[in-house]
Design a protein around this ligand. Structure first.
Ligand SMILES: [Zn+2]
Ligand SMILES: [Zn+2]
Length: 224
């Protein structure tokens, strides 16, 4: 993957990334990893390799660590190319929130971004509509947010189906653009408005919207 190892950095660097929102306490989570991002406290990268001994990611040998794009440009270009053209149902970022993140500790540099040891969200820029996958730029566009309860059946041990099953309820956050909300989302119950959800994040995580970054992201997206 052509990586370079940087010495442990104390001064945070800036990255850009997507999160998902889960559960009633509206916790940020990674799109691909299950661990929540604590409120008012840094996240420490965990090694998710099976049977591995990497205890302090990021390491060269594993892919663990907190991921981020190295610039807004890289994030938008990647998102536009990879996902905007797809069927929204297949888009792993549908329903995600996007923003800036501070990274520190050991950092691995990739072609498109970083993998870090520690991180904390810095500001939010946009979310991705669950239905149409279009970006919803904060402060400029109305959106609604809803928690949907999802029921998952987990096998206690995949090798021994008789070991039993566990039923878990997961509340998953969904964002809707104005158009999709009035056509689809609203029919199924009440949502949380744009101002309210951003206010909750400001209170819980101490993180707000960066208007300057929203302008920059819109600009890049429009030019694509
Ligand atoms: Zn690992
Ligand atoms: Zn939409």
């Amino acid at each position: 993957m052509n990586e370079l190892i940087a010495p442990d950095s104390i001064t945070p660097i800036t990255g850009w990334r997507f999160w998902r929102i889960f559960e009633r306490n509206l916790q940020l989570r990674s799109i691909f990893a299950p661990n929540p991002w604590p409120k008012r406290e840094k996240i420490t990268a965990e090694c998710l390799c099976r049977g591995s001994s990497h205890i302090e990611p990021p390491e060269i040998e594993s892919n663990c660590g907190v991921y981020a794009y190295k610039s807004l440009h890289h994030a938008i270009v990647d998102y536009t190319r990879e996902f905007l053209a797809q069927d929204p149902v297949l888009n792993p970022y549908a329903g995600a929130i996007f923003g800036k993140v501070k990274l520190w500790g050991r950092i691995q540099h990739h072609r498109f971004g970083f993998r870090a040891r520690f991180a904390y969200p810095d500001s939010f820029i946009m979310s991705i509509c669950n239905c149409c996958s279009q970006p919803i730029f904060f402060l400029f566009e109305f959106f609604a947010f809803r928690l949907f309860e999802e029921i998952k059946i987990l096998l206690m041990d995949p090798n021994y189906p008789r070991a039993g099953k566990k039923i878990v309820k997961i509340s998953k956050g969904m964002f809707f653009c104005e158009n999709c909300w009035y056509h689809l989302g609203k029919k199924n119950g009440a949502g949380i408005s744009s101002e309210k959800i951003l206010g909750i994040f400001q209170e819980d995580y101490g993180v707000g919207v960066s208007e300057k970054e929203v302008w920059a992201a819109r600009d890049l997206m429009i030019r694509k």
